[in-house]
Design a protein around this ligand. Structure first.
Ligand code: ATP
Length: 319
């Protein structure tokens, strides 16, 4: 092995930088060079490369975003474009690549492996929507940010005896909503994975107010519907004041939490060890706190399993 290329692709997530740092430090420790590829696959094809050293990644453990930048570059699905990327890698003496991104980005890692560049995928997305892993880099920071926002929303909700419908990110995956809902003591968690009964939710809130509760919080996954539309539905069945609130992109930013820093570091370190062992075409995941690998190809056959038990536990908390 000569040099490892590393890129971040798809949506950014807090902890991506910590993973780049871990890859760089592990590689250097093992006598390998590391090249940062800027702007995902677009930068790979354009040859937008920067040599990484232990010094220039030193400060990265605490920073959000991705200092390598990210880009959407659908052209990389075409074989001739992938071959151009491989040419750039060869020109720069790079024979292995680590890709940090979502499952779309894994397609690129698999394509590179098939073209002779062993590549490993690390799960980097706040959405936690990748199959064969119950954790993705950035999930914990996004949940913490959303939880802290809801803690603040609760203050104003209580002051005015209001219900707040809080829209959290996650695209079509309800994992952020499930975690944040339980962690915030929400009255209801509404996610794409489960059917919901808006009339029942309104009834729960109404009886909460009747019992002396001074506010209500509904955590709504963005994959279900707009918070404003949900409010309209809810108010058909409940006689209370309600507001819709969208936390938005602040969930994608910020300094990564302890969990994201540690897991990103473990995953980055592990990815280099896999490459050193001659492996490629693999995705790193985590189950029950243990690192695992899966063939990227197998991963495309699977769907992500959400921890739906969190919703059941939350329902018991609201009784
Ligand atoms: P996120 O879930 O955070 O959005 P993602 O990796 O799933 O991340 P995508 O936009 O699906 O995001 O993919 C990111 C990039 O991966 C694309 O812009 C493209 O460059 C590359 N990519 C996606 N699909 C393929 C494919 N079929 N073949 C090769 N490369 C692909």
């Amino acid at each position: 092995m000569k040099r490892i290329g590393i890129l971040t692709s798809g949506g950014d997530a807090p902890g991506m930088n910590a993973a780049v740092r871990a890859v760089t430090k592990t590689a250097i420790h093992n006598g390998l060079g590391v090249v940062g590829i800027r702007y995902g696959y677009a930068g790979l094809v354009a040859g937008d490369f920067v040599t990484l050293t232990a010094e220039n990644v030193d400060h990265l453990i605490s920073s959000g975003g991705t200092f390598l930048y990210s880009a959407r570059y659908p052209e990389f699905a075409q074989k001739e474009v992938q071959e151009k990327g491989v040419e750039q890698l060869k020109k720069h003496d790079i024979d292995t690549v680590i890709v940090i991104g979502g499952d779309g980005s894994y397609h690129g890692a698999l394509a590179l492996t098939r073209l002779g560049i062993n590549s490993i995928g690390l799960p980097g997305t706040i959405d936690n929507d990748i199959p064969c892993t119950d954790y993705t880099i950035g999930l914990d920071t996004a949940c913490t940010t959303a939880m802290q926002a809801i803690d603040k929303i609760r203050d104003t909700a209580s002051s005015h005896h209001r219900v707040f419908i809080v829209n959290v990110m996650g695209r079509n995956c309800g994992d952020i909503a499930m975690r944040v809902g339980l962690a915030s003591g929400a009255d209801a968690i509404v996610v794409p994975e489960r059917s919901y009964d808006v009339k029942e939710i309104a009834k729960t809130l109404q009886s909460g107010f009747a019992d002396g509760k001074d506010h209500g919080i509904i955590v709504l996954a963005e994959g279900v519907m707009d918070a404003a539309d949900f409010k309209t539905e809810l108010l058909q069945y409940g006689d209370f004041d309600a507001r819709a609130s969208v936390i938005g992109h602040m969930q994608r930013g910020g300094s990564p939490t302890v969990t994201d820093r540690i897991n990103a570091t473990k995953m980055g370190n592990y990815a280099v060890k896999l490459l050193l062992a001659g492996k490629g075409g693999l995705a790193v995941g985590m189950k029950g706190g243990q690192l695992e690998t899966h063939d990227i190809l197998d991963l495309f056959e699977e769907t992500h399993d959400s921890e739906e038990a969190l919703i059941d536990i939350n329902e018991e908390m609201t009784k």
